[in-house]
Design a protein around this ligand. Sequence first.
Ligand code: KG4
Ligand code: ZN
Length: 332
Amino acid sequence: MLVLGIESSCDETAAAVLEDHKVLSGLVASQDVIHSAYGGVVPELAARAHMERIAPLVREAMARAGAGPKDLDAVAVTSGPGLVVCLLVGLSAAKGLAFGAGLPLVGVNHLDGHMSAILADHEQGPPPYPHVGLVVSGGHTSLYLVSAPGEYRLLGQTLDDAAGEAFDKCAKLLGLPYPGGREIEALARTGDENAIPFPRPLMDRPDFNFSFSGLKTAVIKHWNECGRNETEKADVAASFQAAAIEVLVAKTMRAAREHKAAHVVVSGGVAVNEKLRTDFARAGESGEVEVRFPSPALCADNAVMIALAGARLASTGRTNSFDLSPRAAWRL
Ligand code: KG4
Ligand code: ZN
């Protein structure tokens, strides 16, 4: 099955062509430069950039895959959750192409996409079911029990900020550019993660929810009261990162134990973080749980993951009509 995937839910314009689980092309146009001046995503600027980029990007993805519209079996597009003005751009492009070529249109939930990224051509094959899936990104921190392909049960989620949002806010406080995740990670390498005992929010609660706003407040309070030199800055980055990751690892691994899942899949932009990957792998080894991650390029927003989820939906006839609308707060 040859599927074109389109993603435009936030600040990445992306297009990809997949043949079953094989990636024929995958392109992402990042908008980091546009939004960094504002310290966060400005929806109208993001939508305008999507509009400028989407047609050439789709054309290029098709050319690299050596495919024309008539070769495709379906067009998959993120239809939520996300910024409505941004989702509309991807949806319009997908509808135009699908209608013109007489192809089925498939609306994909962005979180389904993140959790499907692990299915991209992988020597290991797909992760066995049931497994526990954690999506940890700039907009989401959600933990699911995945009982079969596309069967998700929400176990817990953040009650306030997403983990990536906490990295971004902490970076902003320390004067680092947006997006802040990789900046914090780089700075943390030179700091002492045991220097400041930041709180581990909701760590001892029996549920699987997360909270990062209290941790952010503790970081702000510490930063306002300390000497603010370069050493302290690196220590704050390292200690914050250690606190955030410890909670993510502990709760996810406990969910795997309690639901008797021998596999955990972690995806989303924050899953690029090397300390997170190492700490998860270590916790998995000691608990006899195998932890898997999509490749870093497929953890952050991309269209390969949308094509993968779209192919699954299309193959079971779950296509959409052309009045498909964006759903800003679509819960999986
Ligand atoms: O999945 P993604 O590209 O977009 C959303 O769906 O939100 O995730 C972006 C988020 C941003 O908050 C960014 O700061 C964070 O992922 N991020 C990281 C790292 N690289 C990106 N967080 C921690 N460590 C990183 N290396
Ligand atoms: Zn995302």
